[in-house]
Design a protein around this ligand. Structure first.
Ligand code: NAP
Length: 258
């Protein structure tokens, strides 16, 4: 069995997750590439990982489903044999961007299941496995990184479900950081701002204008690679003494200005 570290990156068939998978492959990780539906795209990312000289395996799972999460972890165990880094990146967007006064419960349930319950319970399953692995190899660094959002602390009244899920994910980071520190497993967070992916493509014109007007001190869109580099750095031993921290990759959006 290879001694290379293994990373499971959820939602790595495209967008930010794909960039994270490739950045980690470049840093020497074998990668479990995951998608919800688009296996062809996920296989394409796996080929890009392989082109960097690393092993890759592809998994399809709805993270809102317990059975799918269990199959995902079992698949990684069987095919890649270990796990050193979990990146909870996958998320679904708020369907229809309905105003708070109109938004339906069904949409809420779906967003909470995928964006909050999914990463929480996937972390539980992976953490149990990491604790076992750490007993055999206490010297191997292990960590979990949640991709939250500026929506964790910024209300958008046309996607309340998404904001509530991201706010909850901040507590998921703090809870698991508290629980896993004694086992030498760090849990941290990266908070992207406005990043050019499929998720933001439908609102591109609005954000083009608002960024040009100065919404973010650094006046450009973020690239998926901006987020990926932060994940690679946070996972590295350079951050050995940090847990429950959040890195904003947002062009300074979080800065209050007068
Ligand atoms: P994206 O381009 O829409 O990609 C979403 C990924 O998540 C895809 O791989 C998709 O798989 C997967 N996914 C969707 N629904 C799923 C489900 N039910 N179960 C499992 N996987 C599912 O998104 P992105 O913009 O790269 O965003 C990545 C992360 O960054 C998300 O957590 C997002 O909230 C966060 N974020 C993004 C921005 C931004 O501006 N883009 C800003 C802040 C935070 P398929 O390809 O199979 O559909």
């Amino acid at each position: 069995m290879s001694l290379a570290p293994v990373a499971l990156v959820t939602g790595s068939s495209r967008g930010i997750g794909r960039a994270i998978a490739l950045e980690l492959a470049g840093a020497g990780y074998d990668v479990a590439v995951h998608c919800a539906r688009d296996e062809a795209k996920a296989r394409g990312v796996a080929s890009e990982v392989a082109a960097r000289g690393r092993r890759a395996a592809v998994y399809r799972a709805d993270l809102g489903s317990r059975a799918d999460r269990e199959r995902l972890v079992e698949g990684v165990r069987r095919e890649l044999g270990r796990i050193d880094l979990l990146v909870n990146n996958a998320a679904t967007t708020s369907s229809g961007r309905a105003d708070l006064l109109e938004a339906a419960e069904e949409g809420f349930d779906e967003v909470i299941a995928v964006n909050l319950k999914g990463p929480h319970f996937l972390t539980q399953a992976v953490a149990r496995w990491m604790i076992e692995l750490r007993k055999a190899h206490p010297e191997r660094p292990m960590s979990i990184i949640n991709i939250s959002s500026m929506s964790e602390y910024t209300p958008s009244v046309n996607r309340g479900d998404y904001c509530i899920a991201k706010a909850g994910l901040g507590m998921v980071t703090r809870l698991w950081a508290s629980r896993l520190a004694e086992h030498g497993i760090r849990v941290n967070e990266v908070r992207p701002g406005i990043i050019a992916t499929d998720m933001t493509a439908p609102v591109k014109d609005v954000y083009d204008r608002r960024i040009a007007e100065g919404l973010t001190p650094i006046r450009r869109w973020g690239a998926p690679e901006d987020v990926a580099r932060a994940v690679r750095a946070l996972a590295s031993s350079d951050f050995d003494f940090s847990t429950a921290i959040a890195i904003d990759v947002d062009g300074g959006f979080h800065l209050h200005r007068l």
